[in-house]
Design a protein around this ligand. Structure first.
Ligand SMILES: *Cc1c(COP(=O)(O)O)cnc(C)c1O
Length: 219
């Protein structure tokens, strides 16, 4: 069942778009099944859960932290995390840099933007993102690497709203790229799109979709 779901999703995603299989709340056996089908990128939203899974599953898995990250928990994932999608403050970025350095790593990060209508969603607005990058201490962070942006659209059936929010995130990406990363080819990722809206997200320029329930079933 899970394997069939994965095959269906893969057929609808261009090869240039990275599929992150969101395995939060799902057991090791489900993840192993998806891994055995060739999937390597997995996403989790909780530090402890992700770390427990990392410990027992194959080390070839690339783990994406997609949920809100508290500074005091960075140390647990710094040894192994592949990409942190949820950077929303300079303080957090600085902590990731510190822990990456301790582990002799450079950790890839995305800036999380707030584009949805709901107030509860985390993320930066455009001004806050500029302030973060223009922080005088930003250039001293040698062990973090900003490779793009991430965002979540509103929970709504209204396609127009969701599409507009994805367009806004894509626009933020282009602006940030032209202001700060013009000559940096590594700034290239737009992480947007979940089970309900990933096709729309791809139409609007997503390079990375985070799909959970359409692969693993409802949580
Ligand atoms: C849970 C989650 C997803 C996946 O959601 P589905 O609707 O199950 O595909 C994607 N992104 C984030 C940030 C999530 O927390």
């Amino acid at each position: 069942m899970i394997k069939e779901n994965l095959d269906i999703i893969r057929k609808t995603i261009p090869e240039t778009v990275t599929l992150v299989a969101v395995s939060k709340t799902k057991p090791i056996s489900d993840i192993q099944e998806v891994y055995d089908a060739g999937q390597r990128h997995f996403g989790e939203n909780k530090v402890q859960e992700m770390t427990e899974k990392w410990e027992v599953l194959p080390k070839e898995i690339k783990w994406h932290l997609i949920g809100h990250l508290q500074t005091n928990k960075v140390k647990y994932i710094a040894p192994y995390v592949h990409l942190i999608h949820s950077v929303d403050s300079f303080k957090l970025l600085k902590e990731i840099d510190k822990e990456a350095k301790k582990n002799n790593r450079i950790i890839d990060c995305l800036l999380q933007f707030h584009v949805a209508q709901e107030e509860t969603k985390f993320g930066l607005d455009f001004e806050e993102a500029k302030e973060l990058i223009e922080n005088p201490a930003f250039i001293d962070l040698h062990n973090v690497h900003i490779v793009g942006v991430m965002g979540m659209a509103s929970f709504t059936d209204n396609e127009n709203i969701v599409r507009k929010e994805f367009q806004q995130l894509e626009n933020y990406f282009q602006l940030i790229k032209s202001y700060y990363f013009t000559f940096n080819d590594d700034f290239k990722e737009i992480s947007m799109g979940m089970s309900g809206d990933y096709q729309l997200a791809i139409e609007e320029g997503s390079t990375m979709v985070r799909v959970g329930s359409s692969i693993f079933g409802t949580r």
